[in-house]
Write a protein that binds this ligand. Structure first.
Ligand code: AMP
Ligand code: MG
Length: 352
């Protein structure tokens, strides 16, 4: 179905499944979610089991009306009202102190709860039909890239969910921005489509969790899910940064070497550089002139490498402001934080 042509009978069926404690995978504007009744501890347990997700990694509670937030939180800070007015419905999740209505099974044992009001109309209709509070992590097997199309939900969760709603390819392609409002200063726990700059226009200065800026620091991230290795393709991925010239020649040379050893090679690049690479699989994620295109394609490409059987993988770097912070956060996780500086390699190796 599409947002403009909602299949009411299918939504009613999804609603019944959710109210009976079952699971439904569904589209949102960010990625596909795996939904269950957020106020039913048994449903949350089922979500963890279906994904193979560690039970200390809390679920985001999805609502479809602003007035539904109050009953599940202790209090609504002023900042939350401002952020909701600016960005809800939309790709932003806020952390509140939870009320007793929300079971600890849903929050991974925490006294806080993550809440999001998605803008996707199919999601909103399903949340309403399911009772108004739907716990939903991304609808992938734990550790794999989040699904941006219904077929990827089927790939990961077939037989483990009662229903998958196909709403086509999602618009954004990366999970929501998470902002914590339970600390003295609002803090971004996970970067997303709603950028630091956008949040600061509404709130003034916001902090970014240290672990996002310095992923190798060994500090424990505030969002429990951010500590897990995630999105990783089966092949060995490295990010290559530096001047475009050095990046292209480093990656081509490294792929040539890997190929000579009989390895299957793959590259993530952009429309601007696509024709300059040689490897078994060269995917342009989008264009540098509009990095939202890269956000939309990234997870799909990471999944495709697995289908291709690619073993040695390189990606161009997407360091920068705005949406790039979210792109790099996911890419760094996929690469196990491995970054190569092509300028330095070229100076040391003299290969270009
Ligand atoms: P996903 O549902 O796959 O998008 O993952 C949800 C993310 O939200 C994970 O990184 C969780 O750790 C994070 N999260 C959910 N609830 C909380 C919370 N109460 N406090 C901090 N992080 C949370
Ligand atoms: Mg996820």
């Amino acid at each position: 179905m599409t947002e403009d042509a909602i299949d009411e009978a299918a939504i009613a069926r999804a609603g019944r499944i959710l109210k009976d404690g079952g699971l439904v995978a569904f589209p949102t504007e960010t990625v596909y979610g795996l939904g269950g009744d957020a106020l039913n501890p048994e449903s949350s347990k089922k979500i963890y089991a279906a994904k193979g997700r560690p039970s200390d990694n809390p679920l985001i509670v999805h609502v479809c009306r602003w007035e539904d937030v109050a009953p599940i939180v202790e209090e609504i800070p002023k900042e939350a009202e401002k952020l909701a007015a600016a960005f809800w419905p939309g790709p932003m999740t806020m952390i509140f102190n939870k009320s007793s209505l929300v079971p600890y099974e849903t929050t991974g044992g925490l006294d806080t709860v993550a809440v999001r009001f998605p803008s996707n109309k199919i999601a909103a209709a399903m949340i309403r039909a399911g009772g108004g509070y739907i716990a939903a992590p991304s609808a992938n097997k734990s550790g794999r890239p989040s699904p941006t199309e219904a077929l990827y939900c089927k790939e990961d969760l077939d037989g483990k969910v009662e229903m998958i709603i196909d709403g086509g390819q999602v618009g954004i392609g990366l999970e929501s921005t998470i902002i914590d409002l339970t600390e003295e200063k609002p803090t971004i726990l996970r970067p997303g489509y709603i950028t630091k700059e956008m949040l600061e226009k509404v709130l003034g200065e916001v902090d970014v969790d240290r672990t996002i800026i310095a992923p190798n620091s060994g500090i424990r991230p505030k969002a429990p899910g951010m500590k897990y290795r995630h999105y990783a393709p089966q092949g060995d991925l490295a990010i290559v940064e530096g001047s475009p010239e050095h990046v292209v020649s480093y990656i081509n040379e490294a792929c040539g070497k890997a190929k000579a050893e009989g390895k299957v090679t793959g590259i993530i690049c952009t429309d601007e550089t696509r024709d300059r690479y040689q490897a078994d699989y060269v995917y342009s994620a989008g264009t540098r002139s509009d990095e939202e295109t890269v956000a939309r394609q990234l997870f799909k490409i990471l999944r495709e490498f697995d289908d291709d059987g690619a073993q040695v993988l390189f990606s161009e770097s997407f360091a920068g402001g705005g949406i790039c912070m979210a792109i790099m956060n996911r890419l760094m996780k996929a690469a196990g934080q491995k970054v190569i500086n092509a300028d330095r390699e070229s100076a040391e190796g003299g290969s270009t």
